[in-house]
Design a protein around this ligand. Structure first.
Ligand code: GLY
Ligand code: MN
Ligand code: MN
Length: 431
């Protein structure tokens, strides 16, 4: 994999054209007292390096095509407590950097690195403390003007070109994303098998997390949503603490992170294994919308096509079920549907669950390209309301898959988790 990281660095340097780019990884974050949240590096940094230690900064010299890493030094005492550190020499060897130095030398070395360069790119404005540090280096270079040394006078945001690169996944990324998708989909099957009336949401969550961890995916790519009954109408419900009632649906939105890459799947199924009439009616609308969206995903299709296709199906369904009244076009125009469908059709997927990449370029929707990965996730969420038939109250349904744009269409690589009503009921009947 490190060869592909080196290729990405080279590609980014060609895009930047000249000068120097600087990219720090993410900081460690304290949870309480002396414990920390599980460490996760910055996604752009991981994309360019594969280096997962904290306290590291990547410097790219686009004029000479060289990669320089600043990282923690070897430290036997700290390694006894916290584990292995590559140290600069080890990191250079193992990850293919041209040079590597202790992080403590960053401030003293950067003015030399920046002397006489035309351009400096970094994640401008993302972190005020880092911006101030960059300003300090520039100040030091500018003080050298009497020596005939020029400081960079062109400043570029590093995030935008990186976002653009990350949007189209390479072979190695696609392979690992398929694995993340497979593990995530298997976890949804296990969740369906483990669900019983009288059990608790967190018990189902435990099955999911067990499967992730058992397969080497130590963490979910976002907090799992395990939402029974009315909880499914809270879009980001993560309490996962309620008892599961006979006759309710269970909405699960959960995916693992593997090698830094996210899975993101939602399934909704009956706690007792059998959909009721009204649940079935709403479910069929959501599933039809999901399939219509997937049908619209292919190279060259505009980003909004899938969402528009799903919206038509959802609105037609809401009118048929008498959740709304009026005409299809009128409801779309007025956005009345937002009472029951208030989020978008999906998002790019990659190192971040809501991955980078602009959906519009120069005001126009972007065309899909092979190697892009997107989620498709329509839903309907019906809160109790006098204007809505009571049979539908508290039904919340979403169906979400991860979809790779291929050369001639798309590949729904999370379909191992059943989503047709017959398939879900058959799986649950065999519990
Ligand atoms: N789980 C977050 C999302 O589906 O976007
Ligand atoms: Mn999701
Ligand atoms: Mn999603």
């Amino acid at each position: 994999m490190y060869q592909s990281h080196a290729e990405r660095r080279a590609r980014l340097m060609r895009t930047l054209g000249a000068g120097v780019a600087v990219l720090p990884t993410a900081p460690e974050v304290r949870r309480n007292a002396d414990t920390h949240y599980p460490y996760r590096g910055d996604s752009h940094f991981l994309y360019l390096t594969g280096f997962t230690e904290p306290d590291a900064v990547l410097v790219l010299d686009a004029d000479q095509g060289r990669s320089i890493l600043f990282c923690r030094e070897k430290n036997l005492e700290r390694e006894i407590w916290d584990g292995f550190r590559h140290g600069p020499d080890g990191a250079r060897e193992a990850f293919g950097f041209d040079e590597a130095y202790p992080l403590a030398e960053l401030d003293s070395r950067m003015p030399d690195i920046l002397s006489g360069r035309s351009q400096l790119a970094w994640p401008l404005g993302r972190d005020a403390a880092f911006d101030a540090r960059v300003a300090g280096w520039l100040d030091a270079v500018r003080a050298r003007f009497r020596l005939g040394i020029d400081a960079p006078d062109r400043f570029a945001d590093l995030l935008a070109p990186m976002d653009e690169m990350r949007m189209v996944k390479d072979e190695g990324e696609i392979e690992i994303m398929r694995r993340a998708g497979r593990i995530s989909a298997e976890a949804h099957v296990l969740a369906m098998q483990a669900t019983r009336p009288g059990g608790y949401e967190y018990q189902v969550e435990a099955e999911i997390l067990r499967h992730f961890i058992h397969n080497g995916a130590r963490f979910p790519s976002y907090e799992s949503i395990v939402a029974g009954g009315a909880n499914a109408c809270v879009l980001h419900y993560v309490g996962n603490s309620a008892r599961l009632a006979d006759g309710d649906l269970l909405l699960i939105d959960a995916g693992c992170e593997l090698g830094g890459y996210a899975g993101d799947i939602t399934r909704t199924f009956p706690v007792n294994g059998r959909f009721s009439g009204p649940q079935r009616d709403v479910y069929e609308v959501v599933l039809a919308a999901e399939l219509a969206a997937i049908d619209a995903i292919r190279p060259g299709a505009l980003w909004n096509a899938a969402g528009d296709a799903a919206l038509r199906v959802l609105v037609r369904g809401m009118l048929d079920l008498k959740l709304l009244s009026g005409s299809e076009d009128g409801v779309i125009e007025s956005q009345d549907y937002r009472r029951f469908y208030m989020h978008g059709i999906g998002h790019m997927l990659g190192l971040d669950v809501h991955d980078v990449g602009r959906r519009k370029v120069d005001g126009q929707w972007r065309a899909l390209r092979p190697g892009m990965v997107t989620t498709v996730e329509p839903g309907l969420y019906i809160r109790p309301d006098d204007t809505v038939p009571a049979a539908f109250h508290n039904i919340g349904i979403r169906v979400e898959d991860d979809v790779l744009v291929t050369e001639d269409g798309c590949d729904v690589y999370t379909s191992a988790a059943p989503k047709r009503i017959e398939d879900i009921e058959a799986l649950m009947a065999a519990r």
